[in-house]
Design a binder for this molecule. Structure first.
Ligand SMILES: *[C@@H]1O[C@H](CO)[C@@H](O)[C@H](O)[C@H]1NC(C)=O
Ligand SMILES: *[C@@H]1O[C@H](CO)[C@@H](O)[C@H](O)[C@H]1NC(C)=O
Ligand SMILES: *[C@@H]1O[C@H](CO)[C@@H](O)[C@H](O)[C@H]1NC(C)=O
Ligand SMILES: *[C@@H]1O[C@H](CO)[C@@H](O)[C@H](O)[C@H]1NC(C)=O
Ligand SMILES: *[C@@H]1O[C@H](CO)[C@@H](O)[C@H](O)[C@H]1NC(C)=O
Length: 491
């Protein structure tokens, strides 16, 4: 149906009954806000509907792995009658976002959140369900005999099974990818279709994001005393631009996940979840896999997961800030590099604190570099926003245009803002100084004894700003420029 026809049908059929439905009816964008509007509407039908019954009602819309979920959560009650109060379009929209799957044409069951990241909604909701009904010592000898570790349903429902399935699939066929990838929306303003950026594993970035969020929120709900929040309010706070829910915000998910999850626990939960999954009618997965091999590959896989999603910062890909294509043919870097050159953008002079602002800043810098400077692309390799994310400029593989004469030797990393007299936020600085640099070393993009320098050490400029330059001089990897006669040049 065309969108005009939808609007018309909405006006004619629904307006008299559900006037508030029409905006959702007309534009079923896969944006979290649309999911939240529908949840709010459900909650509005009856003040008796709390997070304790709305969450399992949504969970009841899952169509795959029902036995596995029943085993972990007990028999789910029938989807609430209140779901029947939603329009058919709304129910089918919510059902589609609750059910994850991915193939070459699209990744489904995911939505764009206000912070610019994409989450698998089913994994998020499953974590909240588990948090509200947490069983940390689930022994089911009747079903599975002796598990290596008692199952914690919060892990089993959010990430453990999917990490396990990804690890097993990779073990059986090493030409598959183990983790990821991220993806791109067809339209960031009006997201309809999300497509993986390359070959995919069962645990895409959207699954990791939704699973981490589910685990973080479920963990806190486990311990929370009444009164419990409304589901919509919790999610609005967590994904919104304010202070977060109980201080937790989506843009800090990797750090918050790291703070509550021990790698040894994650590994044993992955193994137990695979056993449990095998016993709920999916017994092909453990064929030809003995326990020692499963333990070994799980340790290796979880280590890789840790590097990709906990050590490394989330990097917003070019498609998400709607980058223009590179002009011409990019020059490949020869990795690993030795240098990282620090910049500030100067213009824009204000730090950006939301995804939409940071993305607009990226576009304006790219426009300036391509159109006014006549460069091929935005000059920087990476750019640090103050919204909790690093933005991909030319990225890991392409040579940038940031530090004249040095571009083939190092990455150019810029902080959005003017840091002449102030420093970037501590959290932003840590993102670069700790996460980004460690990630680059582990990924063999830069050498272990890499060197940090400021733009001004090579060019007559104040960049990266007096205050920020004084700061990076205190970083362990900072070095003065070595001249060929063995002395150093201070600036
Ligand atoms: C292994 O995975 C690759 C990439 O997905 C695929 O092309 C190939 O057919 C798979 N091999 C087998 C034996 O399944
Ligand atoms: C994205 O969607 C918006 C709203 O429907 C529309 O105005 C805009 O033209 C679209 N952008 C592209 C690139 O298609
Ligand atoms: C997997 O499940 C099948 C069927 O329940 C069972 O026979 C088999 O022993 C299980 N595998 C392992 C390793 O537990
Ligand atoms: C564990 O796996 C690694 C890599 O696949 C392999 O090199 C090692 O020999 C294995 N160790 C055991 C005890 O199976
Ligand atoms: C640059 O790298 C890409 C893949 O990473 C490769 O396809 C391309 O051929 C390389 N270009 C040159 C000039 O080496």
């Amino acid at each position: 149906m065309s969108s005009q026809a939808r609007i018309l049908r909405c006006l004619l059929l629904l307006l008299p009954f559900y006037p508030f439905l029409c905006s959702v009816e007309a534009r079923a964008d896969y944006h979290l806000n649309n999911v939240l509007s529908i949840i709010e509407e459900l909650e509005g039908h009856d003040p008796g509907l709390t997070i304790l019954n709305v969450t399992p009602a949504l969970g009841g819309l899952r169509t795959s792995d029902q036995d596995y979920h029943h085993l972990l959560l007990g028999e789910t009650t029938e989807p609430l009658a209140s779901l029947q109060l939603l329009s058919e379009d709304q129910r089918s929209f919510i059902t589609s976002v609750m059910n994850h799957d991915v193939d070459a044409s699209a990744e489904r069951g995911v939505v764009l959140t206000p912070d610019g990241t994409t989450i698998a909604v089913g994994h998020l909701i499953a974590g909240i369900e588990a948090g509200l009904k947490r069983v940390v010592d689930l022994r089911r000898p009747d079903v599975v005999g002796d598990l290596p570790a008692p199952v914690d349903n919060l892990y089993a429902l959010t990430l453990a099974k999917d990490i396990g399935l990804a690890i097993v699939a990779y073990h059986l066929n090493k030409s598959q990818v183990l983790l990821g990838p991220d993806g791109c929306w067809d339209n960031v303003t009006s997201p309809q279709v999300f497509t993986a950026l390359g070959p995919w594993s069962p645990i895409t970035n959207a699954v990791v994001n939704g699973g981490m969020d589910g685990l973080i929120l479920g963990n806190l709900l486990t311990e929370l005393q009444a009164p419990l929040p409304k589901l919509s309010a919790l999610l609005r706070d967590y994904y919104g631009e304010g202070q977060g829910w109980m201080g937790l915000k989506a843009n800090r998910r990797r750090k918050n996940f790291e703070a509550i999850v021990d790698l040894g626990v994650l590994t044993s939960q992955v193994i137990s979840a695979v056993y449990l999954y095998n016993h709920t009618g999916n017994n092909a997965i453990l064929q030809n896999l003995n326990h020692n091999i499963l333990r070994n590959i799980s340790q290796q896989g979880v280590k890789q997961f840790h590097q990709s999603y906990i050590v490394c910062p989330a990097i917003i890909p070019r498609c998400m800030w709607v980058a223009k294509p590179y002009k011409g043919v990019p020059v490949n870097l020869t990795l690993p590099l030795r240098f990282v050159y620090i910049h500030h953008t100067h213009e824009p002079s204000q730090p950006c604190t939301t995804f939409y602002q940071c993305a607009a800043d990226m576009r304006s810098m790219q426009r300036f570099h391509q159109e006014d400077r006549k460069w091929d692309d935005i000059g920087y390799s990476f750019v640090a926003g103050s919204d909790g994310y690093i933005y991909e400029g030319r990225g890991w593989l392409w040579q940038g245009a940031h530090t004249k004469g040095q571009n083939s030797k190092g990455y150019g990393v810029s902080f959005i803002g003017d840091y002449t007299s102030e420093l970037p936020d501590q959290a932003v600085m840590k993102l670069v100084k700790e996460s980004f640099l460690r990630c680059a070393v582990i990924g063999k993009r830069i050498i272990g004894d890499y060197v940090i320098q400021g733009h001004r050490q090579y060019r007559p400029t104040t960049c990266p700003g007096e205050r920020l330059f004084n700061e990076i001089k205190t970083w362990a990897a900072f070095k003065e420029v070595e001249l060929s006669n063995g002395t150093t040049a201070g600036l």
